[in-house]
Write a protein that binds this ligand. Structure first.
Ligand code: FMN
Length: 166
């Protein structure tokens, strides 16, 4: 794997994100990955930041709450479609998605959370800030469309500590 600059990959990332990327977490020895289709990237606190929005109902939420890091693995060429579909519809509460899909993990030196092999890009992020969405602060049209059951997101802001190209 080759290390690359975060800014170099931003356009590619934004194009692919709506189709889904892998958001991987690890806590208490459990590794899980879910499909993520929303998110932002930016620059604040003099740091490159990637923000991952995770609804409270997700198993990922439970794990990320107990971890300092998350990783994002990005299939730039439309690969791993079946896997993204599975990881976006099945919960780690009831499935060991890594084993069931035979996903290969790549260990990294920066953190305990691994990467999902077979993706073109991997972003390693260290959580610096998190915020639960407050429904009263959100425009009503979005509440009605996206949060009918009030399953709000927590926004996890991670400092980009490394980006790897596979
Ligand atoms: C294309 C796609 C994008 C998704 N994006 C998100 C997202 O950004 N945030 C989120 O909380 N769930 C998102 N989901 C839903 C989760 O991936 C799904 O609920 C998953 O089963 C959660 O797994 P977990 O319970 O193991 O964490 C998305 C699903 C799909 C198919």
């Amino acid at each position: 794997m080759k290390k690359v600059e975060f800014n170099q990959i931003l356009t590619d990332y934004k194009e692919v994100l709506p189709h889904g990327v892998f958001l991987t977490t690890k806590a208490d020895g459990e590794i899980n990955t879910m499909t993520m289709g929303w998110g932002t990237t930016g620059y604040i606190w003099n740091k490159n930041i990637i923000m991952a929005p995770v609804r409270k109902s997700r198993y990922t939420h439970q794990l990320i709450e107990n971890s300092q890091f998350f990783t994002v693995s990005v299939p730039l060429n439309g690969q791993l479609k079946k896997e993204l579909q599975f990881c976006g519809t099945k919960s780690g509460r009831n499935h060991n998605k890594i084993e069931e899909l035979n996903l290969e993990l790549l260990e990294v030196e920066e953190c305990e959370v691994p990467l999902i092999k077979g993706n073109n890009l991997h972003i390693i992020a260290k959580i610096k800030y998190q915020q639960d969405m407050m429904i009263d602060n959100l425009a009503k049209d979005i509440v009605d469309k996206k949060y009918p059951e009030q399953d709000m997101h927590t926004f996890y802001y991670g400092e980009v500590v490394a980006v790897y190209q596979e």
